[in-house]
Design a binder for this molecule. Structure first.
Ligand code: CS2
Length: 504
């Protein structure tokens, strides 16, 4: 087993770079692609090739290829920056997945990513790749905000700058939806079948939402195209799960020491992984189920369970934990006061979630706590706190609506929402600035500047943002008063004392 720090990094400065050529020389303990990678042809294009997709879809695909080889190589596409391509190209697309179990790390080189395109450099090259006959699946992890939709309703935001741009420049789109529609248009014109478009983002009904966005965007260009997509396309729903914190320089140095070779693009993840997929594909798919993917007819119960229990708790811990001075989820969830908040939160969530067959939700919650507490994973509360405006609706607000309908208490859910409000003021409990990252950050700052530390005014101002809270929640007195009360306490007593005092 690897003993951290021995031999030291300095004694093992690697001279080689991970690549097809150096693969054979890696330590025997490192798992490598168990198939003929030179013979692998592309069949999947993945939009948004970030760390998550490389630690999830690409690993499942590697497993599937090992078991039943086929033309399912992945061409990744970055929709914004060239850095993934710049790191992966010199490595022939190879990179290390470092699995961090509490017992110690395990290394595996993933081979399913064949190439990386950078959309802004050449939208035409990406459209051509998407429209190529051999592209049978286009998968997406573009994050919540990458859908250019209204998070409260799931509808296309026609005023979104990227959507406005893409309607004006249909052959040089920037958005995921614009790219999909441009390529589907070429496929229709060339008499090809559409590809299967598979969202792997943490959105409720992600298949239906993507189908609706593509249809609505296509209809703004051409009704015939919209009808053709509707009749022939497929948009499976999926539930994806693996905790994958952003890779740090320290991770890169550790991987180099373990690998004996330099890897500029490793990904880090927990041992647990899960994938539920609605089995509707136009032109086949890899045998992902050999790697444990669950092919199901109804993804919704999995999605609800995961979004409301895992991601809801994650967001709660992110805001409350950050305010309480915790840098990581592992630290925050080891804090007994915050762990009790999670238990109270799950007790409010569980009655709103239809359990997937064979799953005990209380057990699922206990397993989540253990995953959050994995001391080997350094997942920053700040990272999860990002883009709250896009996350709150499906993680907390849907649950709140269901609880209000049932006349049930929402104290812990309201505390999570209040912690988000306290967080987006941009100043922490010591007076230090919080780097608030959110598409609506400017609006938060405006509201917070006029409300000051008045909990009533601040909560009312933020709840007035329709894209997040819709038109119904501002009118729910049980909700607005519970949130204002928690926020008032957060201002007056701080996160720790408020968390300790929450009812339940
Ligand atoms: C996290 C998720 O960053 C976040 O918002 O809640 O990325 C979470 O780690 C994954 O969904 C776990 O599967």
């Amino acid at each position: 087993a690897y003993v951290p720090g021995r031999p030291s990094l300095a004694e093992r400065v690697p001279v080689t770079r991970l690549s097809s050529k150096s693969l054979a020389g890696l330590p025997a303990s490192v798992r490598r692609p168990g198939y003929d990678r030179a013979a692998l042809k592309p069949g999947i294009v993945h939009l948004g090739l970030g760390a998550f997709a490389r630690a999830h879809l690409a690993e499942y695909t590697d497993d599937a290829l090992e078991h039943a080889f086929g033309a399912w190589g992945i061409v990744g596409a970055s929709l914004q920056r060239p850095d993934q391509r710049d790191r992966l190209k010199p490595q022939d697309g190879l990179y290390t997945f470092l699995k961090r179990a509490p017992e110690g790390p395990e290394l595996r080189v993933i081979g399913s990513v064949l190439d990386v395109l950078v959309a802004p450099e050449s939208p035409a090259a990406l459209i051509a790749r998407l429209a190529a006959a051999e592209t049978r699946i286009v998968s997406l992890t573009v994050t919540e905000k990458g859908y250019c939709h209204d998070p409260a309703t799931g509808k296309l935001k026609e005023s979104h700058p990227d959507i406005v741009h893409d309607l004006e420049h249909p052959n040089a789109p920037r958005s995921a939806v614009g790219l999909l529609v441009a390529a589907l248009r070429v496929r229709m014109a060339e008499g090809l079948a559409p590809f299967t478009a598979m969202s792997c983002d943490n959105l409720p009904h992600n298949g239906k939402v993507l189908a609706g966005l593509v249809r609505d965007f296509a209809a703004l260009r051409d009704d015939k195209l919209a009808a053709w997509i509707q009749a022939n396309g497929a948009f499976p729903a999926t539930m994806v799960d693996r905790i994958v914190p952003a890779t740090t320089d320290a991770d890169i140095a550790e991987v180099a020491a373990l690998l004996g070779a330099e890897d500029a693009a490793p990904v880090i993840g927990e041992p647990f992984r899960q994938w539920a997929i609605q089995d509707v594909f136009v032109s086949g798919r890899p045998d992902w189920q050999v790697a444990g993917a669950q092919m199901v007819s109804e993804v919704a119960p999995f999605e609800f369970m995961k979004l409301r229990m895992l991601n809801g708790a994650h967001s709660c811990l992110a805001y409350l934990g950050y305010l309480a001075g915790h840098e990581t989820v592992a630290q925050a969830s080891a804090d007994p006061v915050l762990a009790r908040v999670l238990e109270g939160l799950w007790a409010e969530v569980i009655p709103t979630v239809p359990a997937p067959e064979g799953v005990d939700l209380a057990e699922y919650g206990r397993a989540l706590l253990a995953r959050f507490r994995n001391p080997a994973i350094r997942h920053r509360t700040w990272q999860i706190a990002m883009d709250g405006s896009q996350k709150l609706p499906q993680r907390l607000l849907g649950t709140i609506r269901d609880r209000l309908k049932a006349g049930a208490p929402i104290d812990h859910l309201a505390l999570a929402v209040a912690a988000w409000m306290r967080y987006v003021t941009g100043t922490d409990e010591t007076g230090a600035t919080i780097d608030v990252r959110d598409p609506l950050a400017a609006e938060f700052a405006r509201i917070s500047a006029s409300a000051g530390r008045n909990a009533q005014a601040l909560s009312q101002g933020l709840i007035g943002i329709e894209a997040i809270f819709g038109t119904d929640l501002p009118r729910e007195a049980a909700f607005t008063s519970a949130v204002a009360r928690q926020l008032d306490s957060l201002f007056a007593k701080g996160a720790k004392a408020t968390a300790a005092a929450v009812r339940g």
